[in-house]
Design a protein around this ligand. Structure first.
Ligand code: DQA
Length: 143
């Protein structure tokens, strides 16, 4: 059986492709989902990609992953910069968790420089575009 990995995308990432394409590119979220499932298959991973704008739903997914010890790739989007509840939920994970940001948050507005979740993840990939998700999956495949 393939190792299961959850990719969790936070608010506004469902609008990839239409949202500020000069920053986030023109690939849609549906295209990203297809690409990650296919890439995961090549790596021997069973990848499931979810996106939500609802904090409650995201908390539920993280709690379930903590109970099941499922590895996670997460882009908490704007929540990264202020949401202590999401950070507290990630702190409960027993399996590896990679934080991904499509853009280089360190090179953008000051309020994006700090991520409150980074202290609770295994590692972070920032500024490498959608490729960052693939890099996270390939790390998890060898972990
Ligand atoms: C983001 C960066 C965040 O600052 C922003 O709020 C997002 C996307 C990224 O992937 O670059 O929504 O997490």
């Amino acid at each position: 059986m393939s190792k299961q990995v959850l990719v969790l995308n936070g608010p506004n990432l469902g609008r990839l492709g239409r949202r500020e394409p000069q920053i986030y590119g023109t690939t849609t979220h549906d295209d990203l989902v297809a690409r990650l499932i296919e890439y995961g298959r090549e790596l021997g991973l069973d990848v499931e990609v979810r996106q939500t704008d609802s904090e409650e739903r995201m908390m539920g997914w993280i709690h379930q992953a903590a109970d099941d010890r499922t590895p996670i790739v997460i882009n908490p989007a704007a929540w990264s910069h202020y949401n202590i509840a999401i950070a507290d939920a990630l702190a409960q994970l027993g399996a590896p968790c990679i934080e991904v940001h499509i853009s280089n948050i360190a090179a953008r507005e000051e309020f994006r420089h700090h991520s409150v979740v980074s202290a609770h993840v295994t590692g972070t990939i920032v500024g490498l575009g959608l490729k960052g998700y693939e890099l996270a999956l390939s790390w998890l495949a060898t972990d």
